[in-house]
Design a protein around this ligand. Structure first.
Ligand SMILES: Cc1cc2nc3c(=O)[nH]c(=O)nc-3n(C[C@H](O)[C@H](O)[C@H](O)COP(=O)(O)OP(=O)(O)OC[C@H]3O[C@@H](n4cnc5c(N)ncnc54)[C@H](O)[C@@H]3O)c2cc1C
Length: 391
């Protein structure tokens, strides 16, 4: 959207120390950590729709360690030491979320700490999972290998040749988490959240940045871009660093609970979990439509929804004949190398950014935002999330 001369003249300007663009998990978490570091900061969060309208309110709620691939592949790509550091970074994310945000509200926020399973549909993938488990055990990461029969017994799932269970992961109701952050933590601390404000331009005025929206303009010393998949629409720097990628999910009616914990399948591409209230959530299969699943079109497609239903029928007998009650999609920000990033624009050191969570923001964004806050205050960030790696 653009804004006319008349609309612009009618908008007032308000002054802040920091303006954060994007009311998702990354934006709210950044606001949280900045306020923790300096409670006198005047912070505005500016969101185009409502808090949680983007991927943060549309995801599956897995709070999991690791990245887009099995651990053996992480080791192949980064080496053992760095792969272990990335895993520990995810563990710390959950620890920080529990300590700073969730506290005694676990039940209200739908938090369940049941670990997570990675299931293999083929012998080849099971070999990789066993290799991953061996590497993880060597590094002190708590993981068990499961054979086919155990998967049937503990998860009610058929046609998986084997799998592994990592005990440290959790799941959450993502929108409850965001609303809790907004209403119970950020607003009471004096952080102002402006919903239905779409940013269309950021101007430089000497030491100040003016963030222009459809309703009001924000003048501040520092601006943080936390618009995830939409980063390339705000600044061309992100054109070769972020790829908007659609994810699709469906949810069934309730059945009595039968699964021990949430599961990934098919090399972390597909995922399913039974919600605390009994419904089954399943998502993934973007690999079936690689061309159409990249871009900003935020609608479900028949091909992927049919594949999700076929997966249920094939693997999860307790769901046979159950009604689908919800279907939705969301746009994720995939980074060029699968890891998230924080940094400042080379052309403007006061314009910071956070993003690229590549389908793992619930598992990574809170800790990543802490690192961004430290960077803004002059600190260093771990190399695997440092945007300088892109050159
Ligand atoms: C279907 C699906 C399933 C997923 N499952 C999981 C999971 O189980 N576990 C996990 O860890 N991750 C999962 N993810 C990924 C996770 O949701 C994201 O990594 C995370 O939410 C990213 O948070 P964010 O704040 O960076 O982005 P977002 O939540 O997308 O927030 C960006 C915000 O910026 C706003 N915005 C954009 N442009 C403008 C503008 N011009 N002006 C103002 N505001 C603007 C948007 O409206 C949006 O609210 C999933 C994602 C999807 C879509």
């Amino acid at each position: 959207m653009s804004v006319s001369y008349w609309q612009d003249r009618a908008s007032g300007v308000s002054e802040y120390d920091v303006t954060i663009i994007g009311g998702g998990l990354a934006g709210l978490s950044t606001a949280f950590w900045l306020a923790q570091s300096d409670s006198s900061l005047k912070i505005a969060v500016v969101e185009k729709y409502l808090v949680g309208s983007g991927a943060s309110g549309r995801n599956a709620g897995f709070i999991t360690c690791g990245s887009v691939e099995h651990f053996n592949r992480m080791v192949g790509k980064h080496g053992e030491k760095q792969a272990c550091a990335i895993w520990k970074f995810g563990e710390k994310n959950l620890e920080l979320l529990q300590e700073k945000i969730i506290g005694s509200n676990a039940e209200e926020l739908g938090l369940e700490s049941k670990g997570s399973f990675s299931l293999a549909g083929s012998e080849g993938e099971f070999t990789e999972l066993k290799e991953s488990a061996a590497l993880m055990k060597n590094l002190g990461i708590n993981v068990d290998v499961l054979e086919e029969q155990e998967i049937k017994a503990r998860l009610g799932a058929n046609h998986f040749v084997g799998g592994i269970k990592y005990t440290g992961d959790a799941t959450v109701n993502p929108i409850s988490l965001l609303h809790h952050m907004k209403n119970k933590l950020l607003i009471p601390q004096g952080i102002e959240i402006f919903e239905n404000h779409e940013v269309f331009e950021i101007q430089n005025h000497g030491d100040k940045r003016i963030v222009k929206t459809n309703l009001k303009n924000f003048e501040s010393d520092i601006v943080v871009l936390a618009t995830n998949a939409y980063l390339p629409l705000i600044n061309n720097y992100f054109a070769d660093k972020i790829y908007p990628t659609r994810g699709q999910i469906l949810v069934t009616e309730k059945v009595p609970r039968f699964m021990e914990g949430p599961c990934y399948a098919n090399f972390v591409l597909d995922y399913f979990r039974q919600l605390p209230t009994g419904e089954m959530l399943i998502g993934g299969f973007r690999q079936l439509q690689k061309d159409t699943e990249v871009g900003y079109s935020d609608q479900t497609t028949e091909e992927i929804q049919t594949a999700l239903e076929s997966f249920l029928a094939h693997h999860l007998p307790p769901l046979k004949g159950k009604k689908i009650t919800h279907r939705w999609s969301g746009i994720m920000g995939f980074s060029a190398d699968g890891d998230p990033f924080v940094g400042a624009l080379p052309a403007d050191p006061q314009l910071f950014f956070i993003g690229g969570f590549t389908a793992h923001g619930v598992g990574l964004a809170f800790h990543t935002a802490k690192c961004l806050s430290e960077l803004i205050f002059g600190g260093e960030v771990p190399s695997f999330i440092n945007a300088r790696r892109f050159g």
